[in-house]
Design a protein around this ligand. Structure first.
Ligand SMILES: NC(=O)C1=CN([C@@H]2O[C@H](COP(=O)(O)OP(=O)(O)OC[C@H]3O[C@@H](n4cnc5c(N)ncnc54)[C@H](O)[C@@H]3O)[C@@H](O)[C@H]2O)C=CC1
Ligand SMILES: CC(=O)N[C@@H]1[C@@H](OP(=O)(O)OP(=O)(O)OC[C@H]2O[C@@H](n3ccc(=O)[nH]c3=O)[C@H](O)[C@@H]2O)O[C@H](C(=O)O)[C@@H](O)[C@@H]1O
Length: 420
């Protein structure tokens, strides 16, 4: 049985590209979002987020009548949930959005429908979602009670696309399919095969949930290793970038790059879901999070030491000093500031600095509210020409292109090793 209508609940960085990918294959897609600005923008054939190529695909899909957005779920044959799953203040996963999404679609569920959870979630979340649906619809049979005789199919299918390459990775990456029963997995594979060129790899829901968390924890632990090395190398007077380059010449060593910390709303968040469920066992994963979260404070110490050297050498007063931070985004060549360690370093510097704190960020045109009272957004040219201390935080292309002669003989803290 094919899918006549597909509904995607949550039209953000993941939901909108997914909805557009289905619609681009000439399948009727109804996107649902509680944000009316997002709904209106999409219905005009425009987009409210930044992602290469997404604008073109959405425009075509809307113009051809395959994609439309609404504020409340309508009947469909398959529902994909891609709403936020942040953590609460104590690092516990916050499933409020998933519950609200599930409860909002329950009234329109009918026999034979497929419900997929795509949001990054703790182990057991899919079973929990199935319970919420069953409580809302006691007239339908769900997999947790009916097994293969279920009238509703439910699966966990995590998303693993890299921001900036979403439209390519969405189609090409292999996809882990965690059905609550084999029939649920088979139905989910059928759905993704509408646009997927990668392989559907089938497992159960709990393993699929853990798989997503494992991928991001793997990266976090490996970045923490690089960040820890950077601390050790600074103490030992060794250039960490050269060290990593040399060690990576070993055929079985592949160390990642240190930086000001780890940002974005995924790698800095998801490992905590494992820690929250396994507090006594997830020791390495917790420590990696702590190492990466501590890095902005270490960078501040480096800045303080450099400022002290600068003041001593140039005989200036601290209040007259200008410190320029290069970059605010959470990684290079994007405008996303979520959980950005560069933002945090800039904030820590501005709170401490008795002089002026400047930030230069080619992808942002107004100073973010968190920094508005304490820092000034300046051009790259002004920062380079007039600041006393330069702090490299994000290896954006324009910063990497700065001529070495402009950096030479300057007071520099370089967290990305691009101005060495
Ligand atoms: N952004 C990324 O690179 C990746 C994100 N993920 C995961 O995907 C999930 C979604 O993330 P993003 O798309 O980045 O979030 P987002 O914040 O960009 O989009 C989520 C959307 O859901 C909407 N929403 C919230 N509650 C709703 C409800 N009850 N009904 C309808 N719409 C609702 C919001 O208004 C928002 O537009 C999260 O679990 C995230 O961890 C997974 C892989 C990559
Ligand atoms: C395992 C993995 O590669 N996960 C991806 C990750 O996307 P994201 O853009 O957050 O990852 P990223 O490029 O590693 O950046 C995360 C953070 O880590 C930093 N970073 C990255 C690599 C490195 O060598 N050193 C370093 O410090 C970045 O600057 C950034 O602050 O998380 C996404 C997600 O889950 O949302 C996931 O879909 C993506 O595939």
């Amino acid at each position: 049985m094919s899918f006549k209508t597909i509904s995607v609940i949550g039209l953000g960085y993941i939901g909108l590209p997914t909805a557009a990918a289905f619609a681009s294959r000439k399948t009727s897609v109804v996107g649902v979002d509680i944000n009316t600005h997002a709904v209106d923008t999409i219905n005009r054939g425009e987009i409210h987020i930044v992602e290469p190529d997404l604008d073109r695909v959405v425009k075509e899909a809307v113009e051809q009548g395959f994609l439309r957005a609404v504020s409340q779920p309508l009947a469909a044959d398959a529902f994909l949930i891609a709403v936020p799953t942040p953590f609460a203040g104590d690092h516990q996963p916050d499933m409020t959005w998933v519950r609200a999404a599930a409860e909002s679609l329950a009234p329109v569920l009918k026999k034979g429908d497929l419900v997929i959870l795509e949001s990054t979630s703790p182990v057991g979340a899919t079973e929990q979602m199935a319970e919420w649906l069953a409580q809302a619809r006691p007239d339908l049979r769900f997999p947790q009670d009916a097994g293969e005789a279920a009238e509703i199919h439910i699966a966990y299918c995590p998303e693993r696309v890299l921001p900036g390459q979403v439209m390519v990775e969405l189609i090409k990456n292999d996809r882990v399919i965690g059905g609550m029963t084999p029939a649920c997995s088979a139905r989910a594979c059928e759905l993704y095969q509408i646009f997927l060129e990668g392989e559907c790899v089938v497992t159960n829901a709990r393993t699929a949930e853990m798989c997503k968390l494992t991928e991001n924890s793997f990266r976090d632990v490996n970045i923490a290793f690089a960040n820890e090395l950077s601390l050790i190398c600074a103490e030992q007077g060794i250039d960490v970038w050269e060290l990593i380059r040399l060690a990576n010449r070993h055929p079985r060593v592949n160390i990642l790059q240190p930086g000001p910390g780890v940002g974005g709303h995924c790698i800095a968040v998801d490992p905590w879901f494992i820690v929250a469920q396994n507090p006594d066992l997830a020791r390495l994963i917790r420590t990696a999070r702590e190492v990466n979260d501590a890095k902005p404070h270490w960078v501040l110490k480096q800045v303080k030491a450099t400022v002290a050297d600068c003041l001593a050498a140039e005989g200036k007063r601290a209040a007259d000093l200008k410190i320029a931070c290069f970059g605010l985004a959470f990684k290079p060549n994007i405008d996303d500031l979520r959980e950005s360690p560069a933002m945090e370093v800039a904030h820590l510097i501005a709170e401490w600095n008795p002089g002026e704190t400047w930030v230069t960020e080619p992808n942002v045109h107004t100073i973010p509210p968190k920094l508005a009272r304490e820092a000034t957004l300046v051009t790259l040219e002004q920062a380079l020409a007039q600041a006393d201390v330069l702090v490299m935080l994000v290896d954006h292309q324009p910063f990497k292109a700065i001529a070495p002669s402009q950096i030479k003989q300057r007071w520099v803290v370089d967290t990305k090793g691009v101005w060495r």
